[in-house]
Ligand binder design. Structure first.
Ligand SMILES: [Zn+2]
Ligand SMILES: [Zn+2]
Length: 191
C-alpha cells in the first residue's frame, strides 16, 4: 500500500507581523530566513516593544517623540552625541522610517555608522554621508545603510567612520553632520 505524505504546511512565523505566506515545513528556511515581515525591536533599552517595522515607526513617534531626532531626506543635519551615548535615533519626517546613528569607543578613537531599522533581509538601502570636522580638517564617510532589526550590539562587519579623539568636543562628545538620501540618484552631494 502506498503512503501519501501530506506536506507539512503552516503559516509563516511572522504571521502576527503581517505575513500571509504559508510555509512547507521542509522548506521552512527558504521563506522565513528572507521574510520581509520579520519583526523589529524598539531601539530604546528601557522599552521591550517588538512589532513590524511599519508599526515601529508609529510606536516611536507616538511614545518616544522626544527621544530621537527628526530629519528630512537629502538634507544635512547637525547632531551631537555625548560621550556616554551609544546611539541616536533618527526618524525621517517624510515616511517615519527609523535609522540609528551608532557610536562606539575604540582604542584610537570613536567609530560611527548609520543603520536602518528594518529586517536584515530587506533589500532597501539608503545612501548616507557622515562628516566630522575639526578646524581645517574633515573626515567623511559615504556609504549605504545596513539593515538591522533593532539596536546594534558589538562590532558588526560594516563600513564606519573612525573619528580620532582630537576631533571630540570639550565634553568628549562627537559632532557630526549627517545626510541620508532616499534616492540613490540624488546621492552626488548634499546641498
Ligand atoms: Zn513570512
Ligand atoms: Zn519603544
Amino acid at each position: 500500500m502506498e503512503e501519501i505524505v501530506e506536506p507539512d504546511v503552516r503559516p509563516c512565523c511572522n504571521k502576527e507581523y503581517g505575513c500571509s505566506e504559508t510555509v512547507d515545513y521542509t522548506r521552512k528556511n527558504d521563506h522565513e530566513e528572507n521574510c520581509t515581515h520579520a519583526p523589529c525591536a524598539c531601539p530604546l533599552p528601557a522599552c521591550n516593544f517588538v512589532c513590524s517595522c511599519e508599526q515601529l515607526s508609529l510606536h516611536f513617534s507616538s511614545k518616544h517623540w522626544d527621544s530621537g531626532r527628526r530629519f528630512r531626506y537629502n538634507t544635512p543635519l547637525s547632531v551631537s552625541l555625548g560621550m556616554n551615548k551609544q546611539f541616536l535615533v533618527l526618524q525621517a519626517e517624510e515616511d517615519g522610517i527609523l535609522f540609528l546613528l551608532n557610536k562606539s569607543v575604540e582604542n584610537i578613537g570613536n567609530i560611527a555608522m548609520i543603520t536602518c531599522i528594518a529586517p536584515s533581509s530587506s533589500k532597501v538601502y539608503y545612501l548616507y554621508d557622515l562628516v566630522s570636522g575639526k578646524g581645517m580638517s574633515s573626515l567623511r564617510l559615504k556609504s549605504l545603510t545596513e539593515n538591522f532589526p533593532g539596536r546594534v550590539e558589538g562590532f558588526p562587519p560594516m563600513d564606519f567612520l573612525l573619528i580620532p579623539f582630537r576631533f571630540l568636543g570639550p565634553a568628549g562628545e562627537i559632532n557630526l553632520e549627517v545626510c541620508i538620501w532616499n534616492s540613490t540618484e540624488l546621492g552626488s552631494d548634499c546641498p
